[in-house]
Design a protein around this ligand. Structure first.
Ligand code: C5P
Length: 297
């Protein structure tokens, strides 16, 4: 007689024997995914980080630009900016991903980083008009399958919150550039403030950095309240700070957290497996998410 599989949904999704897929609690994730799938699109919302989650880390061995990277490497920015920004990246990014430091220890450094970058950007008198060319000439790329995912979620009317500690104006331009900025998407990020001539003179609102995604704008707005009934969440992130993005969802039933682990894999795997339900190691695709969505159709 055929044996009954222990984890039929995970098996169907091909998640049991793939070397790059790590799941700490198979039984719990089986239950989580199967209830998510059986409740369907009308109960679902998606909360996604942007840089290195909706977008790729690298392409043919070359690192892809993040929102900040697009500016940091753009020939439309003055040389002093590119030089300074890359120096700051080399200083602060290792702190961001240091497996030995606590979040609390990292935060003051991250704020220091943002303050310096923001000051530099303001000095450069960046025009709103230049953003389109900055993005189109950059090597930012969507993760393979992000476009399919976005199209499906749009088709089924699933709200998507893109929650980013990057730069909102650039992020939105990337979404437009790749033709995925549909009306079911809401972007929460750091947006530029412009003068009458369309020159960047500052930033709107409170700073969103990678470790305060649980305590800013979106959580004091009525975004989540308007989505009542959508108690199932697929959360996508690449940073431990992303785990908190769903904190404001009222009475969430099932929050499936999928984490992309792209860097310092060995040192961070355990913490990622504690924080995310499914960890995808060095996976440059949306295949797993798309196969969950396919099961819902
Ligand atoms: O979209 P996400 O929340 O991931 O965006 C934040 C990312 O932007 C951080 O992970 C950080 O590495 C990057 N960043 C940067 N330069 C800065 C500030 C943040 O590249 N000045």
């Amino acid at each position: 007689p055929e044996t009954v599989p222990m984890y039929p949904t995970l098996e169907k999704l091909g998640l049991l024997n793939a070397a790059h897929v790590r799941i700490k609690d198979l039984a719990r994730v089986e239950e989580l995914v199967s209830s998510l799938v059986s409740s369907g699109f009308s109960k679902l919302q998606v909360i996604a980080d942007f840089d290195r989650t909706m977008t790729r880390v690298s392409y043919f061995g070359k690192l892809c630009d993040t929102c900040h990277g697009i500016m940091d490497n753009s020939s439309l920015m003055p040389a002093f900016y590119r030089e300074e920004a890359n120096k700051l990246l080399a200083k602060y990014y290792p702190i961001e991903i240091d497996p030995k430091m606590s979040e609390e220890e990292k935060i003051p450094y991250m704020i220091e980083w943002y303050n310096q970058i923001h000051e530099l950007i303001i000095k450069c008198k960046v025009s709103q008009k230049s953003l389109e060319e900055m993005v189109s000439s950059s090597n930012a790329r969507l993760r393979d399958g992000t476009r399919d995912l976005c199209k499906k979620l749009h088709e089924y009317g699933v709200p998507v919150l893109v929650f980013s500690a990057g730069m909102g104006d650039i992020l939105e331009q990337v979404l437009r550039h790749f033709d995925v900025y549909t009306d079911n998407l809401k972007v929460v990020s750091n947006f530029f403030k412009y003068d009458e001539e369309g020159i960047v003179v500052g930033f709107e609102g409170d700073l969103i950095h990678m470790f305060n995604k649980n305590e800013n704008a979106i959580h004091s707005s009525d975004y989540f309240d308007k989505l009542t009934g959508r108690n199932n969440v697929i959360l996508l992130g690449d940073s431990l700070g992303d785990i908190k993005m769903a904190v404001g969802v009222p009475q969430p039933s099932n929050v499936l957290k999928i984490g992309f682990l792209n860097d310092k894999v060995e040192e961070r795997l355990e913490a990622y497996m504690d924080g995310f339900d499914i960890v995808l190691i060095d996976d440059q695709t949306m295949d797993v998410v798309n196969s969950v969505v396919r099961l819902m159709e």
